[in-house]
Write a protein that binds this ligand. Structure first.
Ligand SMILES: [Fe+2]
Ligand SMILES: [Fe+2]
Length: 337
């Protein structure tokens, strides 16, 4: 699903000034060429990417939880099949992203351990509950919609493996956004109770989604470095503005009201103005005290423990395959017999 601008990587370059490798890296960035796994890169760049890509991977996987809860309760076979496909896509996004992070020299086990021990962050949006079917609509429409806004610029990120993973992910996110909007459309054209359910979901999700873009530019102290490295292409505030401008007409089409009394078109700026964001809530949820932080991590830990036998079986199978290949290589005639 998505990464959030909580990128707070330490930075610092171990290369000496004037180092030829450093100059080659800087030239590649200046010319907008991609940095690949085998290329030299500053330690700060590597660490920032590991943190951002792994947070993104964790978000995809934790993001499966609120929607996974609704697979068995979807209102029709068709909705169930669509939701199932969407949740599976998110699992796939997690896999591409863990693989992209591994190219930077970190193991998947280390990354997963950081998530399960609570050291790693994932997008705070998944620490909110999804108590009604309309939440499946609101998540797809708004959360995946915000994810697309955030992720499209990442398709041009300076690190090749991340950029390439994002191209495929963005195609799938587009389907996710549409399926969410389609649920909201059905509900808003349905009975009064269904429309009220859609409005109630919008009321709960709007502000957390607006916060998904991360702190205001003036407070995002690491944005300048990630922008200089070609990781971040567009500022948090600009992405937030783009999302709001795109979503306002969609809400109007649904006949739903965005819960922001200060939201209005500003003809002079050519954008919508919006009300003040409650950043204290953002910080509280990010610090681990949101409505579902403990529940989500407990569910992930349980899933990891329940999957231990699968990992053990896969490792045993791989070891047996390797032994067989070794034996075949030692006695080639045995394989021909
Ligand atoms: Fe998604
Ligand atoms: Fe995703």
């Amino acid at each position: 699903m998505y990464t959030q601008a909580i990128d707070l990587a330490p930075h610092g370059d171990t290369a000496t000034t004037g180092d030829a490798r450093e100059r080659a890296f800087e030239a590649a960035i200046a010319q907008d060429r991609r940095i690949e796994a085998q290329d030299w890169m500053p330690e700060g760049y590597r660490k920032t990417l590991i943190r951002q890509i792994s947070q993104h991977a964790h978000s995809e996987v934790v993001g499966m939880l609120p929607e996974g809860n609704w697979v068995t309760r979807a209102p029709s076979l068709q909705r169930k099949a669509i939701l199932l496909a969407k949740v599976q896509d998110e699992g796939g996004h997690g896999l591409y992203l863990y693989a992209a992070a591994e190219t930077l020299g970190v193991s998947r086990d280390e990354l997963i351990d950081a998530l399960l021990s609570g050291r790693a962050k994932y997008s705070s949006i998944f620490n909110y509950p999804a108590p009604s079917w309309a939440d499946m609509g609101a998540i797809g429409w708004l959360v995946d919609g915000a994810a697309i806004m955030n992720q499209i610029p990442l398709c041009r990120c300076s690190y090749g493996p991340y950029a390439r993973a994002m191209i495929r992910i963005c195609k799938e996110e587009s389907f996710h956004q549409r399926q969410g909007f389609d649920i909201m459309l059905s509900l808003s054209r349905g009975s009064a109770a269904q429309k009220a359910m859609a409005q109630e979901a919008l009321n709960r999700w709007w502000w957390p989604v607006v916060m998904m873009f991360g702190p205001s530019d003036s407070e995002s102290i690491h944005s300048a470095q990630t922008t200089a490295w070609g990781i971040k292409r567009i500022s948090n505030d600009e992405l937030r503005q783009r999302f709001i401008d795109a979503t306002v007409p969609q809400a109007a089409l649904l006949g739903l009201t965005i819960p922001d009394p200060d939201l209005k078109w500003n003809a002079e700026r050519g954008h919508h103005d919006h009300g003040a964001i409650d950043w204290s809530e953002f910080r509280r949820v990010l610090a681990g005290d949101g409505p579902c932080n403990r529940e989500r991590l407990a569910a992930r830990r349980r899933a990891h423990e329940n999957g231990a036998w699968v990992r053990e079986a896969a490792m045993a199978h791989a070891a047996r395959q390797a032994r067989r290949e070794l034996a075949t290589a030692a006695t080639p005639e045995a394989s021909e017999a």
